[in-house]
Design a protein around this ligand. Sequence first.
Ligand code: UD1
Ligand code: CA
Length: 471
Amino acid sequence: MMADERGAGQGHSEQVAPGDSHVAAAPTQPVALVVLAAGQGSRMLSDLPKVLHRLGGVPLVGHALAAGRSLDPARVVVVAGHGAEAVTKAVGKLDPEAQVALQAEQLGTGHAVAQALPLLEGFAGRVVVLYGDTPFISAETLAALAAHPADVVVLGFEAADPGRYGRLIVKGDTLDRIVEFKDADEATRQVALCNSGVMAVEAALLADLVGRLGNDNAAGEYYLTDIVGLARAEGRTAAVVTCDEAETLGINTRVELAAAEAAFQARKRAEAVEAGVALADPATVWFAPDTAIGRDAVIGQNVVFGPGVTVESGAEILPFCHLEGCHVSAGATVGPFARLRPGAELSGDVHVGNFVEIKNSVLDAGVKVGHLTYLGDAHVGERANIGAGTVTCNYDGVGKHRTEIGADAFIGSDTMLVAPVRVGARAMTGSGSVITADVPDDALGLGRARQVTKPGLAARIMQALRAAKGR
Ligand code: UD1
Ligand code: CA
């Protein structure tokens, strides 16, 4: 196809299909990643910066960062502009090693890359440029791009409908230039080979080329795409690596985001079923990019997996559960209608029943939490039984506090455990207790009013009430 052949002498096809392992050669040079994420995304009709809209529960820019991470980059720079503060915060959580460069005014993709250059100072190797709104680029495709020897390598695709994409103009077997749709004449607009926006360029060359960009074009912008023409004009090599159009899909509207979510979920559901997970109704189960479920795990209808969930082989998640940042071990059962929040760790054979919420808590093997309970910032020892309606009162309005429950403890129904507090091994709490002091091993903790019984009083009250109503 349209690859430069002088560098590698590796035949003329650079057709890259997702999953083609033979093209996933490790890049030979160090890689730095630049993710462009400064655009407003005005067509999203949203106050949220476009790259923070979520796909599979993860902000779009997180998908680009994860794809780029597969190249093991020495540096990662995200260029932020619109909503830079929120983007910076999100990037810090998604990839703590990433740096953020500010592009105060969006003067074009070339200008955006220029803002990243100071943070690439001293880096020698290949710079790979990605877009923060393009979540489906595969690791294999990026590896092929980064490993290609041409001076400037562009990721292209044959578009079913080329629309307003930049067109890749190939002469012989070399990429000659990129023409933006706005600047293209009719003949150029007939070209179906399009620019995905993803590029790989050697760092010093990139800095040199970007420094020479002008903005004398239909959009009045500094086009990154013009670096191809500049490179060719001085006899540098340029090449196209192609991938499937689906990988280059960029999100511009909420309609496109919804379609991308549907495509993403369809793929994750198929992967899960093919890996031996029992999905009762695949169409109703929602995945995050990193959801990991073992073979023979059983997942009921209407289960949502947020980021960071692992479910071991043989565990069972009953219908209508929401899980995020948690681990469910073999033999555990969860739900129906349970919520596992970040830091919930369920050991083997734990049972978590309906209307139970667990956050930042470790439940050792065999623990039972059957109904209507909140456990936060707790550790529950082996085989302990947590009665219905138990609440760890872990938050005092300012700080969070821990609850320790020993092995084989029995927490009576409707116990309020006012943290910090410890209930010892084999200890019990009486139903309805408000436990504010530690309960030693083998002790019973009671913290409730003593019952008073008045014989006949209920009947006399009823009689008086009915008389007052005239019945
Ligand atoms: C760009 C390419 C076009 C390609 C298309 C693929 C250029 C000049 N054109 O066009 O060839 O076919 O992508 O989708 O590169 N951004 C910034 N700062 C800016 C401008 C853009 O960070 O000043 C970011 C945007 O947030 C976005 C990405 O760069 O993530 C692409 O920008 P966009 O304006 O969408 O480029 P297109 O006009 O679509
Ligand atoms: Ca775009």
